[in-house]
Write a protein that binds this ligand. Structure first.
Ligand code: OAD
Length: 246
């Protein structure tokens, strides 16, 4: 299967990837669903909605400060590096991620769309102020240095639209793609979960890597069951072997 997938990737004209929390699991960042997922321990409606933030910004910010700390202390794993390498080889044309961490960037990926925003960004709830964090905010909830209104995490919460520029880029990439690599996502959150279905709808190829079946598996042409940090580097090695890079 790895060899066939490597061949499909090598022959692709416009390969894109869709990643989810599973790709960062091996870096120690918890996923959302499954027995150890965040949504087993916390309720999204208490922590990840505009209503929750309006009700209790301190509680929401405490949860985000904990997650910001996790991200800042995590390191990219071999799966992140393998995708960055596919981009450098000019095989991967766009990486669409649902993840709010920056591990793809730290591994070297450049062509990347964050559909659900970025946890290391803060934005003002009133003015245009935005900033990047390199530590959790000292004051919780943090205030805007310009207008003193509350700052909020730069992520997309349940019930909020995806930033239009990110969504239209992701959808136009899905229209252009002839192969999509879907890694570590349950595929149940829309509109991200639609992206592989768009690729499939124009007769193109869906490759999935996951430790278990997901909502994408029924349309996958290739389903490789296993950890992203093990499978993706094997695919990259096979591609290198085929092009005589070893
Ligand atoms: P989920 O937690 O729903 O799914 C994670 C997927 O990763 C599951 O299908 C796991 O089987 C798989 N997985 C776990 N470890 C893996 C590994 N080492 N290698 C490969 N696969 C592995 O996470 P997402 O699909 O990313 O949204 O969730 C989508 C969205 O739901 C998130 O972006 C977040 C959440 O609510 C918002 O916060 C808006």
């Amino acid at each position: 299967m790895i060899e066939k997938v490597a061949e499909v990737i090598l022959k692709s004209r416009h390969l894109i990837a869709l990643t989810g929390a599973g790709i960062s699991a091996e870096s120690g960042i918890p996923t959302f669903r499954g027995p150890k997922g965040l949504w087993k321990r916390y309720r999204p409606e208490d922590l990840a909605t505009p209503e929750a933030f309006a009700r209790n910004p301190k509680l929401v910010w405490e949860w985000y400060a904990w997650r910001i700390n996790l991200v800042l202390n995590a390191k990219p794993n071999p799966a992140h590096y393998a995708l960055a390498e596919l981009e450098k080889m000019n095989l991967l044309k766009m990486l669409i991620t649902q993840n709010v961490d920056d591990l793809h960037e730290r591994a070297g990926s450049k062509k990347i769309v964050h559909l659900h925003g970025e946890i290391l960004k803060v934005v003002c709830t009133r003015c245009e102020y935005e900033a990047r964090l390199n530590a959790p905010p000292k004051e919780i909830p943090p205030k805007c240095p310009v207008c003193q209104a509350l700052l909020r995490p730069g992520v997309v919460w349940f019930g909020e639209p995806i930033p239009p520029a990110a969504l239209s880029l992701a959808f136009s990439e899905a229209e252009m793609a002839d192969v999509i690599l879907v890694v570590g996502t349950s595929g149940v959150v829309m509109p991200a979960g639609q992206i592989p279905y768009i690729v499939k709808s124009h007769g193109d190829i869906v490759i999935e890597i996951n430790i278990q079946e997901s909502a994408i598996t029924p349309i996958a042409d290739f389903f490789i069951k296993g950890r992203a940090g093990e499978i993706l580097p094997r695919i990259v090695d096979e591609i290198k072997r085929k092009i005589g890079c070893f």
